[in-house]
Design a protein around this ligand. Structure first.
Ligand SMILES: Cc1cc2nc3c(=O)[nH]c(=O)nc-3n(C[C@H](O)[C@H](O)[C@H](O)COP(=O)(O)OP(=O)(O)OC[C@H]3O[C@@H](n4cnc5c(N)ncnc54)[C@H](O)[C@@H]3O)c2cc1C
Length: 423
């Protein structure tokens, strides 16, 4: 890696989700050198794993593809995938970033022809689908991946199978000797766009996530509904592959709960409205129940809420369920009391979806570098008017949707430019 030396004008962006990609493109198009570091094998972050975007229910690739074209055209922007930033030290104008790069075992000669996957036999859990299915040990991260380049899973490295995978590639793209490396680079400003991870539903013991395959979380629901997902887009019971026509969506699963996530993740209500629409589009005789404390769908999202609410196949039940058990027939049973009617219920479903919230990626165990403040949960605290060179974009600073993530990314690009100019 080149070292730009002290007083660098380079902007480093940590995290290649929609926020990091947006900030990187905008800073580079303004004429600054940018290095975008992403720990995964492809850009796009969590958004790539969404089936569709609320409120219009369009495909997320629309928003990402245009940015990938901008990246390809801009020589000032360098993308480093498989690179996880571990430490940042220094001060505005002169930061040193330490990153660890995992081996992909596939170099830039890859044409994504798929011959390596044909030669592979071992199946590994598919990270893109949250492990709901498997992929060959030589795999493309997903069908719209950028860069469009395969990955060889570490599970087969050092085996005769890896040699067969290498032999199958006629472009010399498979590099079995590649090893993990750490590297440093210098930057004048750092944009933290490290995003989020789903709250661990297994911690919600009363909701039985670990006990029943037909109790899933909301990010898994996105994959279940996607044509590129584990079921080819059919919303079915994971236990037996039968259509899921009676579905419960449980709001605030762990959110606004001092035992789990005390805050509201802002998007879970909207995501569940979207999930109700997915089910109803697929099965015209489907029944969807949404259990909620209150529905948070403000401003332009309120018409989306009204549209979903007017569907006679979708029922809103004001209640926070007490627990979810597995019935004698193996189906999940949601138990609780209706808040207004004061009626006890025990309702049986094909599928239960827990609307779990967003936790910061910079969570437990992350020691913020000097000059970067994080709150008690691990979200970056934006400091208006401060002269530092570390800024945040997207969900790194708190739960927001894609529109607000990209707005904050543009602001972060501007702040980073101001920092390197001043530095
Ligand atoms: C169930 C669900 C459905 C949703 N549906 C919608 C929707 O329909 N419409 C909408 O507008 N919003 C939706 N959202 C919200 C949307 O997912 C977020 O707004 C969006 O992901 C924020 O993007 P981001 O770039 O900030 O974070 P992320 O998407 O999390 O990207 C962060 C990136 O940083 C990388 N990274 C993290 N740490 C490091 C490190 N140390 N070094 C290098 N790289 C690192 C990660 O690998 C990742 O690629 C939904 C959220 C949920 C939970």
């Amino acid at each position: 890696m080149p070292n730009d030396g002290p007083r660098s004008q380079t902007i480093a962006v940590v995290g290649g989700g929609i926020a990091g990609v947006t900030a990187a493109v905008e800073a580079a198009e303004t004429g600054y050198d940018v290095v975008l570091l992403e720990r995964g094998p492809a850009l796009g972050g969590r958004v790539t794993r969404l089936n569709r975007y609320f409120p219009k229910l369009c495909h997320p690739t629309c928003g990402l593809e245009i940015n990938y074209q901008r990246i390809k055209k801009n020589p000032r922007l360098r993308v480093v995938t498989m690179a996880e930033v571990q430490r940042v030290s220094g001060a505005r104008g002169d930061y040193t970033i330490l990153a660890r790069r995992r081996p992909r075992h596939v170099n830039a000669n890859c044409t994504a022809c798929g011959a390596c996957a044909e030669a592979a036999e071992t199946e590994v859990p598919n990270p893109f689908n949250y492990g709901l299915d498997t992929v060959k040990a030589a795999y493309l991260p997903h069908e719209h991946a950028f860069p469009m380049r395969f990955v060889i899973a570490p599970e087969v490295i050092g085996t005769p199978e890896a040699d067969r995978i290498k032999a199958a590639c006629k472009y010399g793209a498979v590099d079995l000797e590649e090893t993990e490396e750490t590297f440093e680079l210098s930057a004048g400003a750092v944009i933290w766009a490290t995003g989020w991870r789903p709250y661990d539903a297994a911690k919600l013991e009363a909701y039985g996530y670990a006990a029943c395959a037909d109790i899933i979380n909301n990010v898994e629901m996105e994959r279940l509904a996607d044509h590129d997902g584990p079921t080819g887009g059919r919303i079915v019971r994971p236990s037996d592959g039968e259509p899921a026509k009676k579905v419960a969506l449980i709001q605030c699963a762990g959110s606004r709960d001092t035992n789990h996530l005390p805050y509201c993740s802002m998007i879970c209500c909207l995501a569940s409205l979207k999930h109700a629409a997915y089910v109803r589009e697929q099965y015209e005789d489907a029944e969807v129940d949404i259990y909620y404390i209150d529905i948070r769908a403000h401003d332009k999202m309120s018409s989306f809420y009204e549209r979903v609410r007017s569907d006679p196949g979708i029922t809103f039940i004001k209640s926070k369920p007490g627990h979810i058990v597995v019935g004698e027939d193996g189906r999940p049973v949601v138990c609780g009391e209706r808040t207004i009617e004061r009626e006890i219920y025990r309702n049986s479903y094909d599928l239960v979806v827990l609307a779990t919230g967003m936790e910061p990626s910079l969570g437990a165990g992350f020691a913020p570098p000097a000059g970067l403040e994080t709150d008690e949960y691990g979200f970056v605290v934006p400091r208006i008017g401060e002269a530092g060179g570390q800024v945040s974009a997207g969900v790194a600073a708190g739960p927001v949707d894609v529109a607000l993530s990209t707005q904050s990314a543009t602001a972060a690009a501007l702040k980073a430019i101001q920092a390197v100019r001043a530095g």
